[in-house]
Design a protein around this ligand. Structure first.
Ligand SMILES: Nc1ncnc2c1ncn2[C@@H]1O[C@H](COP(=O)(O)OP(=O)(O)O)[C@@H](O)[C@H]1O
Ligand SMILES: [Mg+2]
Length: 370
């Protein structure tokens, strides 16, 4: 043991061991505080405890003579985290302070969570004199933390399981919807080929024309369902793909080789239920351009645009043909259809003055298209 009387340190004086309230006021305060505290001497072999207060004895169940002269490791036990112990060892070696929650054991073998704070005491010349440590029993907080952690973990496991279930349900729902779209598309194609066959038997030119335009509209719907059953992102449909497919088919079946089409399409997704009115509109407008804008052998150009325009989807079909301003023609079925499809999309087709040709613009509000 060190010769306390020869040392000029407050906590090693006899006053330190004197009853509460006597001697050095700091020593008295440390003795009396309810926070467990101790001091170790790193200048002695194995850094023993040289002072511990009442609160420490009360917390650990050890008595004065069982503690003084011993290294703090007697507080550790089987469940103590040795990484944390290593941190303390490093802090001692590096003369640093450290705060760590450590599982410690009382004399009776029961454990408690110790919020340990330890700091070196260094004199003016830089010599390391002591380590000062305060302890706090934070078992309740630790248990609450562990409980929260366990609850969080089991909650996460439950969420993961439920997510898997929902993903599986969504997958089978998607498969089902794809299947339905596939069948709808097949049936529309059957209807289309029936109409085509029938139109070949119709002698009356006007009736044949009507059947052909019905056929065009059915094919437009069939193009929507074809894309829907191929789509991976089910509730949405890419308008650019839809419009390109649709117009390319229309151009091919028109057999007007000297009419070229030019696309300007932004990648925009629309809800699946909006795809049909858009497809039917494009079909009407492009069919009109093919049918009415140019003389039979006259070469020409058709422009199809789908643009993302500040909260709106701008759909435009234009041609450089003879021109048409859309006026006075609401009596015809095509115009009525264009108007009612516009209403479905909460908009109205506009015939924009242009030269040469015709330009029809629809500005579909974003609230209707996401
Ligand atoms: N792009 C266009 N260029 C020239 N005329 C057009 C154009 N679009 C429509 N029209 C005119 O508007 C009329 C009405 O069109 P619509 O209602 O679609 O009837 P349909 O196509 O059955 O004739 C057409 O007959 C045609 O005279
Ligand atoms: Mg028409």
């Amino acid at each position: 043991m060190n010769d306390a009387t020869n040392r000029n340190d407050w906590h090693q004086t006899d006053d330190l061991h004197a009853p509460r309230g006597k001697g050095d006021p700091f020593a008295a305060a440390i003795r009396a505080t309810r926070m467990p505290m101790l001091i170790t001497d790193p200048n002695q072999p194995d850094n023993p405890i040289v002072f511990a207060n009442e609160a420490f004895f009360k917390l650990t169940g050890y008595s004065h003579c069982e503690v003084i002269g011993k290294n703090c490791r007697f507080l550790q036990g089987p469940q103590t985290n040795f990484n944390d112990v290593a941190k303390i060892r490093d802090a001692v070696q590096n003369r640093e302070d450290i705060a760590v929650d450590l599982l410690n054991y009382r004399k009776d073998g029961s454990s408690f969570w110790n919020a340990l704070y330890m700091s070196p005491v260094i004199d003016e010349s830089g010599k390391l004199l002591y380590f000062f440590a305060s302890q706090l029993d934070v078992t309740e907080r630790k248990q609450a933390e562990q409980e929260i952690f366990q609850q969080k973990t089991s909650f996460e496991v439950a969420v993961r399981a439920r997510t898997k279930e929902l993903e599986r349900a969504l997958e089978s729902k998607n498969t089902l919807i794809h299947e339905v779209d596939h069948r709808v598309k097949n049936n529309l194609q059957i209807v289309a080929s029936l109409i085509l066959m029938q139109s070949r038997n119709v002698k009356d030119e006007a009736a044949r024309d009507t059947l052909r335009s019905v056929l065009g509209r059915i094919e437009a719907l069939s193009a929507v369902h074809k894309l829907l059953y191929q789509s991976n992102d089910l509730p949405l449909l890419n308008v650019a793909h839809l419009v390109r497919d649709l117009v390319t088919n229309l151009m091919a079946s028109s057999a007007r080789e000297n009419i070229a089409v030019s696309f300007d399409l932004d990648d925009i997704e629309v809800p699946a239920e909006k795809a049909s009115p858009i497809a039917l509109l494009i079909n009407e407008l492009v069919t009109n351009a093919l049918k009415h804008a140019f003389e039979p052998e006259q070469p020409g150009k058709i422009y199809v645009r789908v643009k993302d325009g500040d909260g709106k989807v701008i759909v435009e079909v234009a041609d450089d043909g003879k021109g048409f301003e859309g006026k006075g023609s609401t009596a015809s079925f095509g115009m009525k259809l264009i108007e009612s499809l516009g209403q479905q999309l909460r908009t109205r087709a506009q015939w924009v003055p242009t030269k040469p040709g015709t330009l029809v613009r629809l500005s579909v509000p974003a609230s209707q298209i996401s």
